[in-house]
Design a protein around this ligand. Structure first.
Ligand SMILES: [Fe+2]
Length: 319
């Protein structure tokens, strides 16, 4: 936690490059806010009612990572990106230059940010905000125990797992190269890696994880999963087992991705999308260079783990 807090005071920027620095929060409509509160609390998040919304926090961190409102069905509502305050006029000028129409904030959303739609019609906000993406690679706790000492706790005596922060969201997109072009040229994200026209991973240019947003091809836009940074592989496995014990048995993991390198376990939420326990994802430093590459989907989806279930890539928002 100390390392995460220090990242707030050490925020830096890549000189001369206009880009958002963080995925400030994502927003969904869901059919039942109480069902959402129970799911995300079981997952280890702090789910706090606020007015007619539910906000998701991680323990000890001030950032609101997600805002949920009640609607007829689960649907991606909007994405909000954080930028440095003195970049907002530059973003306004860029949007004007590109002929991108502004929109009012979606109903009920309090905001003084810049609003427009992405190439799939999803409302997007750019607002002045504190940098919530990390300024250094999140550390994975692999502390060995001294010799002659048992490292594992007794079963049943472990504390519930607590994700440290939002890591990224993966969205369905009708045309992945088109979405990649929009998010790199308009929001200033950087392409990290991709696989054919099927998937693309984008990072923040002012220092972020390997991806803060990713896209996977589908017949309609939508929300596939949110990913949450965990402090250890133990916590990923423990979280998955605790969720299964509370009835959330559907998901995928334990495994390791190739693109991003993170260890993962996905838990299916009540609406057919997922929340991902993630650890040890690659990091793109503010002063580093990364050569974006395109890869074969077969060789880059996951390194090891069980085969994904057939429901893993179903876009319930396409119905
Ligand atoms: Fe993910």
């Amino acid at each position: 936690m100390t390392q995460i807090r220090s990242s707030h005071t050490a925020a830096r920027r890549r000189p001369g490059v206009l880009g958002v620095h963080s995925l400030d929060h994502f927003s969904l409509t869901v059919p039942d806010l109480e069902q959402a509160r129970v799911f995300y609390a079981a997952f280890g998040l702090q789910a706090r009612p606020r007015g007619n919304t539910l906000e998701l926090y991680t323990e000890g961190h001030p950032q609101c990572w997600a805002v949920l409102t009640e609607g007829k069905r689960k649907q991606l509502h909007h994405l909000s990106f954080g930028a440095y305050a003195d970049d907002l006029d530059l973003f306004r000028a860029r949007l004007d230059r590109m002929g991108i129409e502004r929109i009012d904030p979606p109903g009920g959303t309090a905001s003084n940010g810049i609003w427009f739609r992405d190439c799939d019609g999803t409302p997007i906000e750019i607002k002045a905000a504190e940098k919530s993406s990390p300024d250094a690679k999140s550390q994975l706790d692999l502390t060995p125990s001294p010799a002659s000492t048992r490292n594992a706790p007794m079963r049943g005596t472990t504390a519930p797992v607590r994700p440290r922060r939002l890591a990224h969201t993966l969205l369905f997109a009708r045309d992945v190269p088109r979405s990649t072009k929009f998010y790199t040229e308009v929001l200033g994200l950087g392409l990290s890696d991709g696989a054919a026209d099927v998937v693309a991973f984008l990072h923040g240019v002012h220092g972020s994880d390997h991806h803060m947003v990713a896209f996977v091809k589908s017949e309609a836009p939508g929300y596939h999963h949110s990913s949450w940074d965990m402090r250890s592989i133990h916590d990923i496995g423990q979280g998955a087992m605790d969720m299964a014990g509370q009835g959330y048995t559907r998901g995928w993991g334990l495994g390791r991705h190739v693109l991003g390198s993170n260890y993962f376990h996905y838990v299916q939420d009540p609406w057919g999308s997922f929340a991902e326990y993630s650890g040890d994802i690659d990091y793109m430093p503010v002063d580093g260079e990364w050569q974006a590459q395109m890869h074969s989907p077969d060789n880059s989806f996951y390194l090891w783990g069980p085969n994904p279930p057939d429901y893993f890539t179903v876009n319930t928002e396409a119905a």
